[in-house]
Design a protein around this ligand. Structure first.
Ligand SMILES: [Zn+2]
Length: 62
């Protein structure tokens, strides 16, 4: 039997593994993009994690 493999056109966010947004590709949000940028720039300081906004869809469950 062949398992139904879902081919996702977008790769998950390399920072938090959430679904990436095209707007912030390849990241899921501007914050993750900033985190990655800071890593490249030095990464000596970390951006405080913020709670996800409750109105945001994180899973594509229909
Ligand atoms: Zn992310």
């Amino acid at each position: 039997m062949t398992e139904p493999v879902r081919l996702r056109p977008r790769r998950p966010c390399p920072i938090c593994n959430k679904a990436s947004q095209q707007k912030y590709h390849p990241f899921c949000s501007a914050r993750c993009a900033q985190v990655d940028l800071n890593r490249w720039l030095g990464g000596n300081y970390a951006i405080p994690a913020q709670d996800d906004e409750p109105g945001e869809d994180d899973s594509g469950s229909a």
